[in-house]
Design a protein around this ligand. Structure first.
Ligand code: NDP
Length: 398
């Protein structure tokens, strides 16, 4: 029986993974090793009971008593805290879903690779912050990383049976997010609620706002560079508002292989779960006659400055990805808290990167997990300082 763990089980990706697992027979067909959550103790306990997990871990230590109580008599072990999540990742499992949001998702995935697990990687931050490190670890332990991000799953599928040397370009599609049709000058006033109104995808809060700012696409461009090993100038981004083509690979003979389907993350989660087989998935089938037409347009870099920043991060490589991601997470926290405006996020990230210039190094091979964590920490301090300076300046202007 195949053994599985899900990190970030209570989130959007985690829930959809659990849904597919339950449809596939749940505990009757799989041995569930670990399920982890953050603060949603009730949901974590329900899932752990339904799937008869060996251990359920919540990141929030104050939730432990509640988790224990909810799991009493179920035979499921309860634990809490970041170190307990890391320990859970050290329990061998054949297939591990990495779906914790943010930089917190890096270490559990990294640890899972050490026991040779197949790592289904939704946590895009892992490759952005520590791509060379993660890939080397996978190779060292003969572990496999399968992409779960819909764009990277699409590229992965469009590459099946092909030679990567024949790839001319990779074209990432982007919905353009909730604010894509707003006048440029109105974006500065966009609220959290407005940025959360995604036209196509139902996702977690943070990635939905990152989609509106295209910080999400910026992460995906870097993720593409790391995962597929192509040059940055081979990666293109195109806005495709219908989100029916999930990405494309262009070959040197001019052919383009596109992956299509309804915008439903269970496609790529299910592909990673069933790989190398294709099994039935309960997702909507596309009716192309009803779709009628699909549209595309080039992204405007004034509207989406995060795309420009991604290029400079790729040019630097090394620890620049870790600094970029940490600064982006802090900028998002401040936007969510109302401290900075929507269009100020990119400026905050850019200024933070500038303050770190000279401290990031260029060596990819020498990168360690501790280096990544140190740069992440430093970038958060600098980004918070920048955000406080913006808040003071704005208070002075009022
Ligand atoms: P959600 O915010 O919905 O869920 C995040 C999960 O991580 C939850 O289980 C949450 O717990 C847990 N969590 C939050 N903070 C911590 C922490 N500090 N330590 C441990 N666990 C924590 O995120 P998504 O499911 O949307 O996204 C997960 C990852 O997948 C992200 O990296 C995202 O970029 C990526 N992704 C998501 C897609 C989507 O469609 N949602 C598409 C492609 C990629 P709790 O809720 O209990 O607090």
């Amino acid at each position: 029986m195949r053994s599985l763990s899900i990190f970030g089980a209570t989130g959007s990706i985690g829930e959809q993974t659990v849904d597919l697992l339950l449809r596939a027979g749940g505990a009757k067909t799989h041995r569930i090793v670990a399920l982890t959550g953050g603060r949603n103790i009730a949901r974590l306990a329900d899932m752990a009971r339904d799937l008869r997990a060996e251990i359920a871990v919540c990141a929030d230590p104050s939730g432990l008593a509640d988790l224990r109580e909810r799991l009493a008599g179920s035979g499921v072990e309860a634990a809490a805290g970041t170190s307990a999540i890391i320990e859970a990742a050290e329990r061998p499992a054949d297939w591990v879903m990495s779906a914790i949001v943010g930089a917190a998702g890096l270490e559990p995935g990294f640890r899972a690779l050490r026991h040779g697990a197949t790592l289904a990687l939704a946590n895009k931050e892992s490759l952005v912050t520590a791509g060379p490190l993660l890939l080397a670890e996978a190779e060292r332990h003969k572990a496999r990383i399968l992409p779960v991000d819909s764009e990277h799953s699409a590229i992965f599928q469009a590459l099946v049976g092909e030679d990567i040397a024949a790839v001319e370009r990779i074209i990432l599609t982007a919905s353009g997010g909730a604010l894509r049709d707003w006048p440029l000058e109105a974006l500065a006033r966009a609220t959290v609620k407005e940025a959360l109104a995604h036209p196509n995808w139902a996702m977690g809060q943070r990635i939905t706002i990152d989609s509106a700012s295209m910080f999400n696409k910026a992460l995906e461009v870097i993720e593409t560079r790391e995962f597929f090993g192509v040059d940055p100038d081979q990666i293109e981004v195109i806005i495709h508002p219908e989100s029916l083509i999930h990405s494309m690979v262009g070959y040197r003979d001019g052919a383009i292989m596109a992956h299509m389907g309804a915008p439903d993350m269970r496609h790529s989660i299910g592909y990673a779960l069933n790989w190398p087989d294709r099994s039935y998935l309960p997702v909507a089938r596309l009716d192309l006659a009803q779709v009628g037409q699909m549209t595309f347009r080039a992204p405007d870099l004034a509207r989406y400055p995060a795309l420009r920043l991604a290029r400079s991060v790729m040019a630097r490589r090394g620890l620049a990805g870790a600094a970029f991601n940490a600064a982006k997470e802090v900028a998002l926290d401040h936007f969510l808290a109302g401290g900075i405006g929507f269009m100020q996020m990119a400026g905050l990230v850019e200024e933070t990167l500038a303050t770190l210039d000279g401290e990031l190094g260029h060596e990819n091979d020498a990168m360690t997990l501790e280096d990544v964590q140190a740069v992440d920490h430093l970038a958060r301090i600098r980004a918070n300082e920048r955000a406080d300076a913006i808040a003071r300046r704005q208070a002075g202007e009022r």
